[in-house]
Design a protein around this ligand. Structure first.
Ligand SMILES: C[N+](C)(C)CCCC[C@H](N)C(=O)O
Ligand SMILES: O=C(O)CCC(=O)C(=O)O
Length: 403
């Protein structure tokens, strides 16, 4: 049983990710390649030959069927050079393995997760973040050659959210353009780019004026939305409708510190969810998921799924569900602590964009006509964008077989 992470902190990727620092010594002894004391199965090496007859140059997809190659394939000859090692296989095929490639493959699960998951040491926050929330300007993000998109993605990967200021707001078009700079918008049964008011046009309480406690969205999808954006375009003839943010990773760490047993229950008991308001629809994930999910290889916190309104079955014998409710009650109390709540009144021109796998959101009740636009972006798509911005294509693709 992996120890559940107290912290999802990681060392920031050090320079050891740079090829120039890799001083891995590769040896071939008795038909076995070794690096850093690790023996590479010949079949693994053959499967991961990177030559253009084994990997499609344009698509980076594997061209060979490794299962057509004998399991006991052996090394006919080998020759090392400064950057790696040349191997001629018993079937005559020739491969070249860079030092860095083999070095990466011998890393710990923690080291290998950093690039694969686009990890960055999370900066956990509470209500104090109000004094200096992560922010980037629209002009810095919207232009191809700007650094602003990197800053936007870095803010989200570090803090779980960012504001984008000075977004034109006479129409919703600039907001949509801003979001598509990250990746394509994820359509759902609410539509794609959403622009909503309290008209129950979709049978969900978001389309009403009631208060919504801190929650994560789309817990009823097997793969909940990755990013969510809100841009308040107008609010007339009424008051209220303040936005709430809570750092779910910070709340999880608080729970771990205060009640590790409750943390364990919320990390192991699966919970189901549903979206059943719209006619003819009842969306549920293919399986239950715990409130707190962790990376299987490293134990890092990966996701918070918390939505009391959309929750369905608790995956326990009903007579035993009391333990889950007790644990969830404790987490709920942590989430509702004033020091964990960041309240902000959104205003036209200021877009809120957050990681729906980490940051919970909510709102206070309101009166009048309140119009918000925004969209969801898939988790894998925005993390892909982040990884490429942080490490670049060569580093990311160079770790596919090692991550
Ligand atoms: C699409 N838009 C953001 C307007 C509304 C989405 C409703 C989300 C739902 N309450 C949930 O918790 O998943
Ligand atoms: O209206 C808001 O400010 C938030 C609505 C909401 O929580 C949602 O759309 O999931």
């Amino acid at each position: 049983m992996l120890s559940l992470a107290r912290r999802s902190t990681i060392r920031k990727p050090s320079r050891s990710l740079q090829s120039s620092d890799v001083d891995t010594v590769i040896t071939v002894e008795d038909n076995v390649v070794k690096a850093r004391g690790v023996e590479f199965p010949n079949i693994w090496l053959r499967d991961n030959c990177q030559c253009s007859s084994c990997v499609h140059d344009a698509t980076r997809q594997r061209l060979i069927d490794i299962f057509e190659i004998p399991q006991d394939i052996s090394i006919r000859s080998s020759e090392a050079d400064a950057g790696g090692i040349n191997i001629e296989w018993s079937d005559g095929h020739k491969s070249y393995y860079k030092n860095k490639f083999l070095h990466n493959a011998t890393g710990t699960f923690r080291e290998r997760a950093i690039v694969r998951q686009g990890l960055r040491s999370p900066s956990l926050w509470g209500s104090e973040i109000k004094d200096n929330p992560p922010t980037v300007s629209y002009e810095d993000v919207i232009h191809e050659d700007s650094h602003g998109l990197y800053t936007l993605l870095s803010n989200i990967r570090t803090h779980g959210f960012t504001f984008i200021d000075s977004v034109p707001h006479t129409t919703s078009t600039p907001t949509e353009s801003l979001l598509t700079r990250i990746s394509f918008i994820r359509p759902t049964h609410y539509g794609a780019f959403y622009d909503f008011t309290a008209d129950l046009s979709s049978k969900d309480m978001a389309y009403t004026s009631v208060s919504l406690p801190a929650h994560t969205d789309t817990t009823y999808f097997s793969d909940p939305a990755g990013l969510q954006a809100f841009h308040l375009l107008s609010h007339t003839h009424g008051t209220g409708g303040a936005s709430l943010l809570v750092d779910g990773f910070k709340a999880a760490r608080d729970l771990y510190d205060e009640d590790p047993d409750a943390y364990r229950i919320l990390s192991t008991v699966n919970v189901h969810a549903h979206a059943s308001g719209n006619d003819g629809i009842s969306i549920q994930p293919y399986r239950g998921f715990p409130v707190l999910s962790h990376d299987a290889a490293t134990g890092f916190r990966v996701q918070v799924r918390w939505n009391t309104a959309d929750r369905a079955a608790i995956e326990l014998p009903v007579s035993e569900t009391g333990a889950w409710y007790s644990a969830a009650r404790k987490f709920d109390a942590v989430l509702k602590r004033q020091q964990n709540e960041y309240w902000e009144q959104l205003t036209p021109g200021r877009v809120l964009l957050f990681d729906n796998w980490r940051v919970l959101h909510g709102r206070s009740a309101f009166t009048g006509k309140r119009r918000i636009c925004g969209a969801y972006v898939n988790r894998d798509d925005w993390v892909s964008r982040w990884k490429m911005a942080r490490w670049g294509q060569e580093e990311v693709l160079g770790r596919l077989a090692a991550g």
